[in-house]
Design a protein around this ligand. Structure first.
Ligand SMILES: Cc1ncc(COP(=O)(O)O)c(C=O)c1O
Length: 367
């Protein structure tokens, strides 16, 4: 038996009965789109993130798109974001007719570099969209300062970072709005697509609740030109069960990361995840920047150990964005060429298995 990167069925097996009971509860009730489960989950997640409101939507991508729309982003506007992220971050911007302005990353955290954000602001900039990559917050203090000075909205892409904190403040609770994804492989995963916007603003919350149902006020009367993007009751009921175990699940990810950190500390060919001062990391991924990355990956594969590359090509170099971006972003380009995610999810690696993976990495550089 090899070591996989993730095993959703194994993750859910210990709580199978509770999950089935939750699904049955919804089936029996017969209310499937928005309802008591979604409302309950919205309260529970807002509290978990340390914010006032949660607004359940159909996916993380939609959460970003609706948050940007609520902040007034539209045709002709610019949104500053990182090039080193999942494509959804930028597509949420382009779906609204706005333009993502890609900037380079910090070489240690691999999150957006605030100094480059400051230099990218123009009179068309409407929002800043930092991504809390792999489970740790971007430098929100510096980003909020820029936003305040230039009157910009900050929307936190927290798809990978539920539960992560910076100086005690939770992901999603610092910017104007924060966006979560419940894609099944995320730290909090549904049994399908789902997402949520979290905010402290009563005004944004109210607007988002309209936006997700076509902008409807009541009956067949519309206040905004909105979307159809709602979280369904099945997903919410499933997620409420999984929420109960999220803190423990996160602690196990952090324990696994601690073992990697210890065992790989003296391997100079590797750059381990750097946790910035004041941050807690929830390790959606444990990625390393590794010399001879592709050979290392082959070496692990030969030993039955899966690994993955997030992300092999930064967004500014993707074919779909060639028309909107010119120039190099050297740090993102360099990191993309040598980054590798090791198994971290507790359902696939216990302490012994993490040691096995770490030994295999060490063995590669010794040979
Ligand atoms: C950084 C980031 N942003 C946005 C998304 C989009 O979320 P979803 O797949 O739920 O639409 C994801 C994950 O898929 C992500 O990793």
């Amino acid at each position: 038996m090899g070591i996989r990167l993730q095993d959703i069925a194994a993750q859910n097996a210990p709580i199978q009965d509770q999950l089935e009971a939750a699904l049955t509860r919804v089936l029996r009730r017969g209310q499937f789109i928005l309802g008591p489960e979604v409302e309950g989950l919205e309260r529970e997640i807002a509290t978990y993130c340390g914010a006032r409101h949660g607004i359940g939507v159909a996916s993380g991508t939609d959460a970003l798109m609706l948050a940007l729309a609520a902040a007034g982003v539209g045709r002709g506007d610019e949104v500053i974001t990182t090039s080193f992220t999942y494509v959804a971050t930028a597509q949420a911007v382009t779906h609204l007719g706005a333009r993502p302005v890609f900037v380079d990353i910090d070489p240690k955290t691999w999150c957006i570099d605030p100094e480059r954000v400051a230099r990218a602001v123009t009179r068309r900039t409407k929002a800043i969209l930092p991504v809390h990559l792999f489970g740790q917050l971007a430098d929100m203090g510096a980003i909020q300062q820029i936003a305040l000075r230039r009157n910009l909205a900050v929307i936190e892409d927290s798809a990978q970072a539920i539960g992560a904190t910076q100086h005690g403040q939770g992901a999603c609770s610092i910017g104007a709005m924060g966006c979560l994804s419940f894609y099944p492989t995320k730290n909090l995963g549904a049994c399908g697509d789902g997402g949520m916007i979290v905010t402290n603003s009563d005004e944004f919350a109210e607007k988002l609740r309209l936006l997700r149902v076509h902008g409807r006020a009541n009956g067949y009367f519309y206040l905004l030109d909105g979307f159809n993007s709602r979280l369904d009751e099945i997903q919410a009921a499933f997620l409420r069960v999984k929420m109960n175990g999220l803190a423990d699940y996160t602690r196990l990810r952090q324990r696994n990361a601690g073992i990697y950190d210890q065992m790989l500390a003296d391997v100079p060919m590797i750059q381990r995840p750097f946790v910035a001062p004041g941050n807690t990391h929830v390790y959606h991924q444990y990625s390393i920047v590794a010399e001879r990355r592709d050979d290392l990956r082959e070496h692990l594969k030969a030993k039955g150990i899966d690994s993955a590359i997030f992300y092999p090509l930064p967004l500014h170099q993707q074919a779909i964005y060639q028309k909107i971006h010119r120039g190099r972003l050297p740090i993102a380009e360099q990191v993309a060429q040598s980054i590798l995610a090791l198994p971290i999810a507790p359902e696939v690696v216990n302490e012994d298995a993490v040691r096995t993976v770490a030994e295999a990495v060490r063995g590669f550089y010794k040979s």
